[in-house]
Design a protein around this ligand. Structure first.
Ligand code: ATP
Ligand code: MG
Length: 259
């Protein structure tokens, strides 16, 4: 009996040690990864802001206003540099999200106002492709407790996907309705759609629906991971309804507040 008990205790101690060791190793790796991303993104931010400042100086110079070709190329540098800055910021945000160090600034906000702002910003790239964004803002209770920056990013990410994954003219519709004490946002597109088996994974970090050897549409596979995590931090949820070849609808719900 004594031998059996000793044996069981030894086995249990071994597994506990093994498990604790694994958890410690995992924690160490995630700390190293976070520190690396943090350092790398900060290292990238310095040259990006130097390029931005220098480009502004050149764009405002007198010689530039006289030279159309120069000002066109400088504008391209400025736009692409801004894009690079946004991508670096996105990677940093995801690392912070995983580390749990993102601090949300909750305030009462009218989600219809946020949607209108996103539509006016995003109409530009959509119109460039001869597409349109239509809104049916039917909800009457529209205030939620949220962080305006992150709610904007959520809608922006979904508009970005709707545009990116619509090979024809993008036709994006955003609808809101109230259900009980919630507001439901539906963002629909006429894009390539997602198969049921893929739709289970699209909210995973780095997941992109496989398209054979080439990905003709570029991305990190981080957008929907961020969207889901952030919606959950706001006490909401996200679901997808999609038909391959017909389009996708992302359904978001947020609890509404009384003021
Ligand atoms: N509206 C959509 N229509 C069809 N497929 C979509 C749509 N939105 C997302 N997907 C699929 O889900 C995958 C994950 O989307 P997600 O936004 O997380 O990443 P991404 O767009 O590839 O890259 P990122 O957003 O980081 O630039 C996409 O790669 C795409 O395959
Ligand atoms: Mg995306």
């Amino acid at each position: 009996m004594l031998m059996l008990a000793t044996f069981v205790i030894l086995i249990a101690s071994f597994f506990s040690f093994y498990l604790a060791n694994g958890i410690l190793k995992q924690k160490k790796i995630s700390k190293i990864t976070y520190d690396f991303i943090n350092n790398m993104t900060h290292e990238l931010k310095t040259p990006i802001s130097t390029i931005s400042l220098s480009t502004d100086v050149l764009l405002n110079a007198e010689e530039t206003s006289k030279n159309e070709r120069l000002s066109r190329y400088l504008s391209i540098i400025k736009t692409e540099n801004k894009r690079l800055e946004n991508q670096v910021e996105r990677v940093l945000q995801i690392a912070k999200l995983d580390k749990g160090v993102i601090k949300l600034k909750f305030e009462s906000l009218d989600i219809h106002e946020v949607i209108e702002t996103c539509i006016s910003t995003f109409s530009v790239p959509v119109k460039d492709r001869n597409g349109k964004i239509v809104s049916h803002l039917n909800a009457s209770k529209t205030h939620i407790k949220g962080d305006v920056i992150h709610i904007t990013n959520i809608i922006y990410n979904l508009f970005d996907n709707a545009n990116k994954y619509s090979p024809e003219k993008p036709n994006i519709t955003i609808t809101t309705v109230n259900t009980d004490d919630k507001i439901e946002l539906r963002i629909a597109d006429n894009g390539i759609g997602i198969k049921k088996e893929d739709s289970k994974q699209i909210f995973d970090k780095f997941y992109r629906v496989p398209t054979g050897d080439v990905h003709n549409v570029k991305g990190f596979g981080l957008g929907l991971y961020y969207v889901k995590q952030m919606i959950e931090k706001h006490g909401g949820g996200i679901e997808i309804e999609s038909k391959i070849g017909k389009g996708s609808t992302f359904v978001l719900t947020f609890p509404v507040t009384t003021n």
